[in-house]
Design a protein. Structure first.
Length: 426
């Protein structure tokens, strides 16, 4: 970010306007004519013209504005593809009134921004020394983007010279992936007391249906749920207490070797290869984690590379528990394969999901170790090769094939359809 500031500050320059070049040409021509014709009035005209140009150069350097810049983003964290309102407060920190300015913030992506015209900012009280402008930004992709400095342009009173300068520091705009509301009816994978099964969580129905199961030989009679038994016409017992908040695990491959479509991207911040398959995975990760958290699961995110993500907070934190997680998604990126794979996590007590593109064989082995035999799992595969997909399918994983341009909600619906076929519901 510091390099970006210094680079922009080197753009400070003073250049002649069309009027300035014309005046300079007139001055040079008059000097030449006065020397050839011996006319003193031409020499006076030439001197006046050159004096105007020199005065403009001097005034442009002396009147260079000194501005303190404060930026406010609303909202402070914005989703890619949405709008961020930026308010810029410019405080005249110099000893003279500023000239009329045309200026804009420097932004790291291509977006048309008409220049803002600022009238002279006078001296006096803090309120009189401050000018305020606002504009809208439309960040196209997630990331941490440097906004600024404010680049101002002005001319001297005679219109001979145009000067530009960079004012203030850079502020960081945090752009997170968009969170898509996943539809009800998608597959929620839970461990059914030792036998893996796929179930559908419906938007309607009695809470008793979510906390009870059929009676099995050996169940204690004290666990019988009589109201649910009467409604179902068979004995129903209460689930174990931990079922109210089961664990859910999401596995994501952050290794560059698992994303062969990654290409160098000089516009991203931090600088990192850009991979369409990885970007789809990040969008799916954001939507799926928020969806599972809202459904009452304790979500654990596992990365194949070094940990970059903040885990979702505890339930006592309320609605703010996902903020740190989503903010960390703004900066997550693919990493090299020089890092050792992390140890397999402890067995999850609930659904296990994996978001993969084309992982290496050792990553596939690592993913297979993330769940115990018999426990159900689902993989969203973005362009996975056939051999890796077959290994996962043979190990009991539900594989859903997607493309980088697919909508994550459609992928979720597809997973529900695949789950139904596996269960023989269709």
């Amino acid at each position: 970010m510091t390099e970006s500031v210094s680079s922009l500050r080197r753009t400070r320059r003073i250049r002649l306007t069309v009027r300035g070049w014309a005046t300079l040409a007139v001055g040079v021509g008059c000097f030449a004519a006065s020397a050839a014709l011996g006319r003193g009035e031409l020499q006076a005209a030439a001197s006046f013209a050159l004096l105007l140009v020199l005065s403009g150069l001097l005034l442009a350097r002396i009147r260079r504005p000194r501005l303190d810049v404060v930026r406010l983003f609303s909202p402070p964290v914005v989703a890619a593809g949405s709008v961020a309102e930026v308010t810029v407060r410019l405080h005249n920190a110099g000893a003279v009134t500023t000239p009329t300015l045309l200026g804009n913030d420097a932004i790291p992506w291509r977006e048309a921004q008409p220049p803002h015209e600022l009238p002279p900012i006078p001296l006096g009280s803090a309120a009189r020394r401050t000018a305020v402008l606002s504009y809208a930004l439309h960040p196209p992709r997630r990331g941490l983007y440097p906004i600024g400095p404010f680049v101002a342009e002005f001319t001297d009173p005679f219109g001979m010279v145009r000067s530009s300068t960079a004012c203030g520091d850079v502020d960081r705009l945090t752009v997170v992936p968009p969170v898509v509301a996943l539809p009800e009816g998608g597959p929620l994978l839970i461990d059914g007391d030792g036998s893996a099964q796929l179930v559908q969580r419906r938007a309607v129905g009695n809470d008793d249906d979510l906390t009870t199961r059929e009676y099995r030989a050996g169940d204690a009679l004290r666990r019988v749920h009589w109201r649910a038994s009467a409604r179902h016409g068979e004995l129903m017992v209460r689930q174990e207490e931990h079922r109210s908040h089961p664990d859910a695990r999401i596995i994501v491959d952050t290794r560059q070797s698992g994303h062969p479509d990654a290409v160098p991207d000089v516009e991203s911040w931090p600088p990192a290869p850009h991979s369409p398959s990885f970007e789809w995975g990040v969008r799916m990760l954001a939507s799926l984690a928020v969806h599972l958290d809202a459904a009452g699961f304790r979500v654990d995110v596992v990365e194949s590379g070094p940990a970059q993500l903040t885990q979702i907070g505890e339930r006592w934190e309320g609605g703010r528990r996902t903020e740190g997680f989503l903010t960390s998604l703004a900066a997550v990126r693919v990493v090299g394969h020089d890092f050792p794979l992390p140890a397999a996590a402890a067995d999850a007590a609930g659904p296990t999901f994996a978001i993969l593109a084309d992982p290496d064989e050792d990553v596939v082995d690592w993913v297979l170790r993330q769940r115990r035999p018999g426990q159900s799992g689902a993989v969203f595969a973005v362009g996975m090769r056939v051999s890796a997909r077959e290994r996962l399918t043979e190990a009991g994983w539900l594989c859903v094939d997607v493309r980088p341009d697919d909508d994550v909600a459609d992928a979720w619906r597809s997973s529900a359809t695949e789950a139904g076929f596996i269960r023989g519901a269709h």
